[in-house]
Design a binder for this molecule. Structure first.
Ligand SMILES: Nc1ncnc2c1ncn2[C@@H]1O[C@H](COP(=O)(O)OP(=O)(O)OP(=O)(O)O)[C@@H](O)[C@H]1O
Ligand SMILES: [Mg+2]
Length: 256
């Protein structure tokens, strides 16, 4: 069994060690009710967390603040020590370069090949083409896309697109990896292999958050879990939901 890098600590906002800090965060769309309320969390550098909750619980909304696409309606969000409410657009895009994101809807450049989508973050950094080709080819072979890496992304299946999106997110060894249902479209046999990729990246120092509905992944990989429920957040350590030590650590804890 693989264990998470570190435990999530409450009230760690002053620590330089935290990659993401949220304090009493609320998010709403337009004039609607709050989708998430009073979210407070602190994710230490090098940690690995699952993000769970029913469909509509707010997983994508929470991740969108973490990848700096959305500001909170209230409260404080700090990413890499910067309060995103007071960070201008240029600095936000610089911070974004340190974040790899696997979007739930992939967001690939469909007119480009899988190879060119994955190469993009490396080319933006000015890497020479020989090195780009080596790294991209190697990674696409790992995610079993070697046969169609030069096909236009628009012609790929959902699972192939998802693997392309994962490769694009991890190719640059980001400081922070945020993956929204990254194994939702792939076969059961490749899902653990993709998880292994995230775990390897985490071992190299990347802080990882993975939104998932997969109970199998959650139980197979014993990382702490951020669980969204009734607009709020509860944190479960692995032993809270494997049944070893469920009980007084989590108030009103729900075991699924
Ligand atoms: N752009 C938006 N405009 C209005 N409401 C939105 C928007 N995005 C999300 N919502 C609402 O916010 C709530 C949370 O949505 P979100 O996509 O964050 O949930 P989720 O947990 O990711 O769900 P799923 O598991 O289905 O992906 C939902 O009720 C949704 O309708
Ligand atoms: Mg979602």
């Amino acid at each position: 069994m693989i264990h998470g890098g570190s435990k999530l600590q409450k009230n760690e906002s002053k620590s330089n060690n935290a990659i993401i800090v949220m304090q009493n965060v609320g998010i709403r769309y337009g004039q609607g009710p709050e989708v998430l309320s009073d979210i407070s969390l602190s994710l230490p550098r090098g940690s690995f967390h699952f993000l769970t909750g029913r469909s509509g619980a707010g997983k994508t909304s929470l991740l969108s603040m973490m990848y700096l696409a959305q500001k909170p309606s209230r409260g404080i969000v700090q990413v890499f020590g910067r309060n995103i409410n007071f960070t201008n657009r240029d600095n936000l895009s610089l911070l974004r370069r340190k974040i790899g994101v696997v979007f739930q809807d992939f967001r690939l450049l469909e007119h480009l090949s899988a190879f060119d989508n994955v190469a993009l973050p490396l080319r933006i950094c000015g890497m020479n083409e020989r090195e780009v080709k080596k790294r991209v080819t190697e990674l696409l072979q790992w995610v079993e896309l070697d046969r169609n890496m030069y096909a236009k992304t628009s012609t790929l299946s959902g699972g192939e697109k998802q693997r392309t999106a994962i490769a694009r997110a991890v190719i640059n060894r980001p400081d922070l990896l945020l993956a929204d249902e990254p194994t939702g479209n792939v076969d059961n046999d490749i899902a653990p292999k993709l998880m292994k990729l995230f775990v390897e990246l985490n071992k190299l120092g990347t802080t990882v958050v993975i939104a998932t509905h997969s109970e199998k992944l959650i139980t197979d990989f014993a990382f702490p879990r951020l669980h969204l429920q009734n607009h709020g957040l509860k944190v479960y350590e692995p032993y809270d939901f494997t049944g070893i030590n469920i009980g007084n650590r989590v108030e009103k804890g729900e075991r699924r």
